[in-house]
Design a protein around this ligand. Structure first.
Ligand code: DGJ
Length: 542
């Protein structure tokens, strides 16, 4: 009786928040939902901000050797793990599926309070097809390869083969069917990555016979219709190439976009997207979890083919969207140091920012920036299990703090009340508006009294959460913050600075900071040795 009354209240609550609830009262499966400008991942009826890490490529191939990993992830305060699922292991012989390893991963994640994003290492993994089962790889007649311009076959399955596609579709379908059976109730798996870092090398496009034939054909009407409909918002590189040709709506790829590597890449991106879309469509027909693709980014000065051409890169977002409507978003794997520049390019209308991979040697200050400035859905260093000193390393300290803040962050996502900054030797200053005030933020090393390591300028950063026009929370590391009024004719001062803890979304005050800790009321400081947060109240006077 009490239980059904509770279910009714829960159902009413969820319905009033626009949540999709099946008729039997069970919670909807994980899905994406818009909140203001942000997209949130909803799991068990609640938004999940993924404080995640991705396992190394071979780590998830044996249940026993994974035993030490799970508690380590929990110890580092992760709430989500990105774990590969290998085609060669789930379908060792054609049509015979083995899911014992997948089931053990589900169980271990549940036992350690972790959600999972599964990475489908199917047809492609970092351009190559090394995770295809041997029965696929050893039969290039039935499962044809991509070829170079010179005609050499590569260890890459061509997307121009129905047989390749159907083999991947069958395996992925079996996986998604199995997941629905084993996990729909528990919702351990919250999202799926389809393939991994798709891209063509060493040429910008595939040159197998079927690819050449398709290259000479008319650009598909679906893509042309998309470009016509979205002409104003097309990525400049696609729009300019098309305009340079006079914006034709009929003709082959070179007629529409000109002759050159850029056109080869557009063509290839379309066909990668179509293939991936078919895989995702078949998987979603079994179990419609959110699905995304990840990109290997471009090394400065590299041309398509030198870098993995035609993957889900910023300049190809329109082609991927038009060709792969089943893919919910595109995501960057950020190993380069210019984290900010790549994050900005993936936080575009209709594409929420999720960072499935970032070098595990990068500063976790990135996470504060991505969440604060870009409403990121999640952040995930690669090979996270290899980090030393779990429980105390920088990622662990950063995630412990972000987990405290999580309820508040989720409430603020998409509402324009959060900001993030990232400072290092390439930019040591930032300015942001917070309510009635202007915050002048600088790298801690720009203050002569700061504790510093000789010879290096670490990356520091943080996020700012506006609570009222004169009050905010700042969380992160290594920042000095001075305040100024936005209004003319007044001066601004620091009213109070408090340490504290967030427990279930409620602030519990700790020490009141002042004197040396605020440079006698001149500034607010987050020390660079740790990840901390402060609640700050400002005031103005004449
Ligand atoms: C990016 C890939 O997506 C990962 O699987 C891994 O290979 C890393 N690069 C580098 O180790």
């Amino acid at each position: 009786m009490r239980k059904s009354a509770f279910s009714l209240i829960l159902l009413t609550l969820l319905c009033s928040r626009g949540e999709s609830v099946p008729k039997d009262g069970a919670l909807a499966i994980p899905h994406l939902r818009q909140q203001g400008e942000a997209v949130q991942l909803i799991v068990g009826g609640k938004p999940l901000l993924m404080l995640a890490g991705e396992l190394g490529n071979s780590s998830a191939s044996d249940a026993a050797s994974m035993r030490w990993i799970w508690p380590k992830l929990k110890n580092m305060h992760l709430n989500t793990a990105l774990v590969p699922i290998y085609w060669e292991l789930i379908e060792p012989e054609e049509g015979r599926f083995e899911f014992a390893l997948v089931d053990s991963i589900l169980q271990a994640a549940r036992a350690n309070d972790l959600k999972l994003v599964l990475l489908w290492f199917g047809t492609w993994k970092n351009s190559m097809s090394c995770y295809a089962p041997l029965w696929v790889k050893s039969d290039p007649v039935r499962f044809p390869r991509a070829r170079t311009r010179a005609g050499e076959p590569q260890e890459i399955l061509t997307p121009f083969s129905a047989e390749n596609l159907q083999a991947d579709v069958r395996a992925f379908t079996a996986l998604m069917r199995h997941l629905r059976k084993m996990d729909e109730k528990e919702q351990t798996v919250v999202m799926v990555q389809v393939e991994n870092e798709i891209g063509m090398i060493p040429d910008a496009r595939d040159h197998c016979r079927e690819a050449d034939k398709r290259f000479a054909e008319a650009v598909p009407a679906d893509l042309v219709a998309y470009m016509q409909k979205n002409k104003k918002t097309l990525h400049a590189r696609l729009r300019e190439a098309w305009e340079k040709q006079g914006s034709p709506v009929r003709g082959n790829w070179e007629t529409l976009f000109g002759i050159g590597l850029a056109t080869d890449e557009f063509f290839m991106a379309w066909h990668f997207a179509r293939y991936t879309d078919e895989v995702a469509r078949a998987g979603k027909a079994e179990y419609p979890l959110p699905m995304y693709v990840n990109a290997a980014l471009i090394r400065p000065g590299y041309q398509p083919g030198q870098y993995p051409s035609a993957g889900p890169l910023p300049h190809l977002i329109d082609i991927w969207r038009a060709g792969a409507p089943q893919i919910d978003f595109l995501a960057p794997d950020i190993y380069f140091r210019n984290f900010r520049e790549w994050a900005v390019q993936y936080d575009v209308p209709g594409n929420p920012l999720f960072i499935p991979e970032v070098g595990n040697d990068q500063s976790p200050a990135n996470a504060f920036y991505a969440i604060g400035e870009h409403d990121a859905m999640g952040y995930s260093p690669f090979s996270v299990e290899d980090l030393a000193d779990p429980g105390r390393n920088p990622l662990s300290r950063a995630y412990a703090l972000l987990r405290q803040l999580q309820p508040l962050l989720i409430t603020h996502q998409g509402k324009g009340s959060m900001r993030g900054v990232l400072l290092d030797s390439t930019g040591q200053h930032a300015r942001i508006e917070m309510g009635d005030y202007l915050l002048r933020i600088r790298h801690e090393y720009s203050w002569s009294y700061a504790r510093r390591e000789e010879g290096v300028m670490p990356r520091y950063g943080g996020l700012f959460l506006r609570l009222a026009d004169d009050e905010f929370i700042v969380a992160g590391t290594g920042l000095i913050i001075e305040v100024a009024p936005r209004a003319e004719g007044v001066r601004a001062g620091i009213g109070s600075v408090e340490e504290g803890r967030m427990i279930e979304g409620v602030w519990h005050s700790g020490r009141r900071l002042n004197g040396d800790q605020t440079h006698q009321g001149r500034h607010i400081q987050l020390p660079g040795q740790d990840y901390t947060m402060l609640r700050v109240k400002l005031y103005s006077y004449r």
